[in-house]
Design a protein around this ligand. Structure first.
Ligand code: BGC
Length: 812
């Protein structure tokens, strides 16, 4: 390829506009006459999802075989970012084999609520954990010449309303919580691309948010790569290019290309702005084509084995009265259809089609374990089946130990929509209660991507949380249950008892306006200070052995603070321990969380062994973002270093004094300080001052526009016809899948169509047309909106006068 500067001189405006838009769902445009190749981009994050057919934006069923790794929530529970790196390397090998240029991964959004349907795809509620795992993943993938797209930038913490929602976040929370993981990934791993989110941030769509995409990302953090839209996230494409959004995906939206060409010709889009975006796209083409080895094979079984190793090291033992590990001598009853139909990944755009799955049943049978199995409940449904329940209860009479395989299904937890509550299906809770009432030992083995309520927890003997463990998750579960491996995962998120005790409960998914009124008090930062009783604290996890901490010391060299501590395995078997370092904040001029995670490490110890572990952090990590001075401020004072086994289990501490830092004036009024001294439990009036502008109120606009959601169209007769028409088509897919014979194929198809059925009502007409690959044009969308408003003539005009698609350069 010629140099970028040369190409810029040779490209026409039409060609430049074409380079900034995809050609279909997964390919960008190339310019053959100048030897500029197209690029292939695809999902991510827990494996390669290469759709076989061209498909639409949401085609998720017809995927080529690839390794289904444990999902991000699972990997983060290993507390070992090395796994994210190795997983990234392996996925990149698969990308190379399939000639994929950019993997749409990882997702480093912060878990604000346990209800977010996409939590399984994100690492943690804590930005340090998310940042470390995201960085390692990108480093792994890009070391093999494949680009990454760190996503979804930013403050995208809910799926309901995701296409139209507005995240209202104060700048300090943004800097310290929601942007921080992105900042470290961008600075340390230099992802080839960043994917902006669907939502608005403080009233401006992320895809055209200049402050986010240019001021912060590029000017402050020094990012030089490409920003691309999430699939269908473009609102005003010219505003997007002006704000620093380079590539519009998926492709085929010629309306956007046309507006870019027109704006470039009239000067509304200055040529140097267009050229900046094109230059970055050419840079991406260069990166992807110069470093990547083409083709190449990989060993699918060794990747599957890696997925299994990660799953073993990530599962979290949450309770154990000694029933685990199993000895093999138990009279074992296994209950729950998840035993034979394990849930190992999440639903939506990350859905992988692995060549093989090892369920717990496969793994038990492979070991020759003797057990009685009763389904007890069907895993795709939440309704009770009394016949299945009775059979399980009858079988319990013969058993001394009951293993219950339960969890959430893809119908309850998925990309595209959020959960409404944290409960497990009634079919599972009722049966669990009844089995517990038999007096037999009951062990719960859980498969879910996010916390669930556990009202029966006190009466369980043991509980092993597998999260979503990937294709060989059943093998990992069996190895852990039978003690071939010692559990060593810890939760990378707090587990509240109920949804009502979460930090954003008062305003989560109440309307399209999401008030992030809890500010910096997210996850343990909230629970710690609010004094909430939790089911399990952040960082919690048990082992079959136990560890003792001793000899804490620390030293400082320049900016770096090094903390050392001895950890001894004092239990009866080898195992790994996750050591966490929190720093308790001083009481300065601004409100702060009680303590924040500053470093972590994981160490393997044989029985009786002691190792000295080192944890380091930068003194500047203790700074807060001062909105008034627009800088990080480190307050002088005393901070406590706490070495801990979880956020609620501090083993050793020491204090450190910081002096000589430049003092800053508090940016906060007395009202803000009073409202945020403790985390607020509802939206305080001071939140307006904190965000710095009047809070938008959700008013139901009388006129329907292309920004209205499909569900809003139900308000008018014509709108209802449109709504019913669209829903009918996608519900038909669901019904067709449901009618198929029981098979993996049926499950996958049902999941995929269910995801679309649930998501579609929240989709705006604009976003639908942006992601339709040209099938639902911008003009048609405008026409429909007019018709729905009862404007027959205005509506029919664009529908009847079918605008001819703008040909691509070279097609004229
Ligand atoms: C998701 C992205 C994904 C893209 C392409 C979107 O709906 O939000 O995470 O990468 O689709 O499948």
């Amino acid at each position: 390829m010629k140099s970028k500067k040369k190409l810029l001189n040779l490209l026409t405006i039409e060609e430049k506009a074409a380079l900034l838009e995809g050609i279909d769902s997964w390919n960008t445009n190339g310019i053959p006459r100048l030897g500029i190749p197209k690029l292939f981009l695809t999902d991510g994050p827990h494996g390669l999802r290469k759709v076989r057919s061209a498909g639409g934006g949401f085609a998720v069923s017809d995927n080529a075989h690839s390794t289904a790794f444990p999902t991000s929530v699972t990997v983060a529970s290993s507390w070992n970012p090395e796994y994210a790196k190795r997983m990234g390397e392996a996925i990149a090998e698969e990308c190379n084999a399939e000639e994929v240029d950019v993997l749409l991964a990882p997702g480093v959004n912060i878990k604000r609520s346990p209800l977010c349907g996409r939590n399984f795809e994100y690492y943690s509620e804590d930005p340090l954990v998310s940042g470390k795992f995201g960085t390692a993943f990108v480093q792994g993938v890009q070391s093999r010449g494949v680009g990454c797209s760190v996503k979804h930038f930013a403050a995208n913490s809910n799926e309901n309303f995701r296409f139209v929602g507005n995240s209202i976040v104060d700048e300090r929370a943004l800097r310290e919580i929601y942007l921080r993981a992105f900042e470290s990934v961008v600075k340390e791993a230099k992802p080839y691309t960043v994917m902006c989110s669907y939502n608005q941030l403080n009233g401006v769509f992320a895809s055209q948010n200049k402050k986010l995409l240019s001021s912060i990302l590029r000017e402050e953090w020094g990012y030089e790569g490409v920003v691309l839209t999430d699939w269908g996230a473009t609102c005003d494409r010219v505003e997007g290019v002006l704000a620093g959004c380079d590539l519009d995906m998926p492709g085929g939206v010629w309306h956007n290309r046309k507006t870019v060409i027109e704006a470039a010709k009239t000067g509304k889009l200055p040529m140097h702005k267009l050229d900046q975006a094109v230059e970055r796209m050419l840079g991406l083409v260069e990166q992807c084509t110069s470093k990547k080895p083409k083709g190449g094979g990989y060993n699918p079984e060794s990747h599957a084995q890696l997925s299994c190793e990660i799953a073993k090291d990530s599962a979290v033992l949450l309770k154990n009265d000694g029933t685990l590990p199993l000895s093999g001598k138990e009279n074992l009853l296994v209950v729950g259809e998840m035993f034979e139909k394990m849930r190992y990944q999440g639903a939506g755009s990350s859905l992988i089609n692995p060549p093989k799955v090892i369920t717990p049943m496969n793994a038990f049978d492979e070991r020759g374990v003797s057990y009685i199995y009763e389904k007890g409940f069907r895993c795709f449904y939440t309704e009770r089946d009394t016949a299945l329940e009775q059979a399980a209860l009858n079988a319990a009479k013969q058993a001394d130990t009951i293993l219950f395989f339960g969890g959430l299904s893809d119908f309850e937890e998925s990309e595209g929509f959020d959960r409404e509550h944290m409960k497990l299906g009634a079919n599972q809770t009722e049966l669990l209660n009844a089995l517990i009432a038999t007096g037999k030992k009951v062990v719960l083995v859980l498969f879910a991507g996010a916390p669930v309520e556990l009202p029966f927890f006190d009466k369980l003997s043991s509980m092993l949380n597998m999260y979503l463990p990937g294709m060989y998750g059943g093998e990992a579960a069996a190895a852990l249950l039978y003690g071939e491996v010692t559990p060593s995962g810890k939760l990378a998120e707090s587990w509240p008892m109920h949804n009502s005790s979460t930090s954003c409960y008062a305003d989560y998914n109440r309307s399209a306006n999401s008030n992030y009124y809890e500010s910096i008090y997210v996850g343990y930062r909230f629970y710690d200070k609010a004094g909430t009783t939790l089911r399990f604290p952040f960082g919690y996890g048990l082992s079959y052995t136990s560890f003792q901490y001793s000899n804490l010391s620390f030293s400082q060299s320049g900016e770096t603070i090094t903390v050392k501590t001895d950890v001894t395995n004092i239990g009866g078997r080898s195992g790994s321990e996750v050591i966490q370092l929190y720093v308790k904040n001083n009481r300065g001029k601004v409100f702060k969380a009680d303590k924040e995670l500053r470093a972590f490490t994981k160490v393997f110890l044989t029985e009786g062994e002691t190792k000295t572990v080192e944890l380091t952090f930068n003194q500047s990590d203790l700074s807060y973002w001062n909105v008034k001075e627009q800088r990080w401020v480190l307050e002088n004072g005393t901070y406590e270093i706490a070495v801990a086994a979880s956020a609620a289990d501090i083993r050793l501490n020491a204090s450190i004094t910081i002096t000589g830092e430049k003092e800053a004036v508090s940016p906060y009024s007395a009202d803000i300080m009073a409202a945020y001294d403790k985390p607020p439990l509802s939206i305080p009036s001071a939140f307006t001052d904190l965000v710095g502008y009047p809070l938008p109120v959700a008013v139901s606009k009388s006129k329907l526009t292309i920004e209205s959601t499909l569900a809003e169209f139900k308000r008018t007769l014509m709108g209802r016809i449109l709504y019913t028409g669209v829903m009918h088509v996608i519900q038909k897919d669901y019904k067709k899948a449901k009618a198929m014979p029981d098979s993996l194929e049926r499950d996958t198809r049902m999941k995929n169509s269910h995801f679309v059925v649930k998501m579609m009502p929240y989709n705006s007409i604009r976003s639908m047309c942006m992601s339709s690959g040209g099938k639902f044009t911008y003009q048609t969308a405008i026409g429909f909106a007019e018709l729905a408003n009862g404007n027959l003539i205005k509506g029919l005009k664009p529908l009847l006068k079918r605008e001819k698609p703008l040909p691509l350069p070279g097609e004229q």
